[in-house]
Design a protein around this ligand. Structure first.
Ligand SMILES: [Zn+2]
Ligand SMILES: [Zn+2]
Length: 70
């Protein structure tokens, strides 16, 4: 994740205007083949707001959760 502040986004994702890095999703106008997921918590899991991939709570914790205290 870059430190630049000029960003452009649409419903595909978010891109840095300064360095061209894809910050979220597939980037502005789909610049990347892979999605930088942005997870939104739902009732029984997490859904990526860009590609709509869904993970249940347990799987999400395994990939992204903080291991401290487990
Ligand atoms: Zn940047
Ligand atoms: Zn995604």
């Amino acid at each position: 994740m870059c430190e630049h502040r000029n960003k452009v986004g649409d419903n595909y994702g978010l891109t840095c205007l300064d360095c061209g890095a894809v910050l979220e999703g597939y980037g502005y106008r789909v610049q990347s083949e892979t999605c930088r997921h942005v997870w939104l918590k739902g009732e029984s899991g997490y859904e990526c707001m860009y590609c709509l991939e869904w993970l249940n709570e347990e799987t999400w914790q395994m990939f992204y959760g903080n291991p401290i205290g487990v």
